[in-house]
Design a binder for this molecule. Structure first.
Ligand code: URA
Length: 209
């Protein structure tokens, strides 16, 4: 699918299976999410530009590779996005962080914004927007609209599971934002949940209902 990358690394697929299992505990789910997000972060950043910096090793002076440009921004769509965020920050601790609070109105399934905080100079940085579930895409579409209004120009979207309907809506709304996901599931159900999916990611992560 154009603009969509499925991260099919065997470790990602293995961990995802355990996250899907309904008997996986809250602690287990959280641990797996942290581990898998590190792997997803590794994959989504594999084409970042490098430059060189002159350094001295104990043996010689060399021009060694370092990341080019300003620090990345990880933009977490609350609250489930925070589960992906933690593992990503393990890998890129210097990244800046944006938070976007949107909730789904249970009747309309529309995204309602209640919180937004992002770095001032977001337009000069690569922004990786994270939310584990790309379902109806209402919250991700709305969050990325807000980030673009604040000046973000270079964005990528990272999730764990995507529904075909969500991908289609997302790509239509933001064709300039590539999507990275660990799997594309079968469909959305009438309540906007991904099937087979893994249930409500936020509830599974935090032990709520
Ligand atoms: N959000 C979730 O947490 N799970 C879904 O299946 C869909 C949206």
């Amino acid at each position: 699918m154009d603009g969509v990358t499925v991260i099919d690394h065997p470790l990602v697929q293995h961990k995802l299976t355990f996250m899907r299992k309904k008997e996986t505990s809250t602690a287990g789910f959280r641990r797996l999410l942290r581990e898998i997000s590190t792997l997803l972060c590794y994959e989504i950043t594999r084409d970042l530009e490098l430059t060189t910096e002159r350094i001295e090793t104990p043996m010689a002076t060399i021009d060694a590779p370092v990341l080019e440009g300003k620090k990345l921004v990880f933009a977490s769509i609350l609250r489930a996005g925070n589960g992906l965020l933690e593992g990503m920050l393990d890998l890129v601790p210097s990244a800046r962080v944006a938070h976007i609070g949107v909730y789904r109105d249970h009747d309309t399934l529309q995204a309602i914004e209640y919180f937004f905080k992002a770095p001032e100079d977001i337009g000069d940085r690569l922004v990786i927007v994270v939310d584990p579930m790309l379902a109806t895409a209402n919250s991700s579409i709305a969050s990325i609209e807000r980030l673009k209004e604040r000046g973000a120009k270079n964005l990528r979207f990272l999730c764990l599971l995507a529904a075909p309907e969500g991908i289609e809506r997302f790509r239509e709304a933001h064709p300039d934002v590539p999507v990275f996901t660990a799997a594309i599931d079968e469909r959305l159900n009438e309540s906007g949940y991904i099937v087979p999916g893994l249930g409500d990611a936020g509830d599974r992560m935090y032990g709520t209902k």
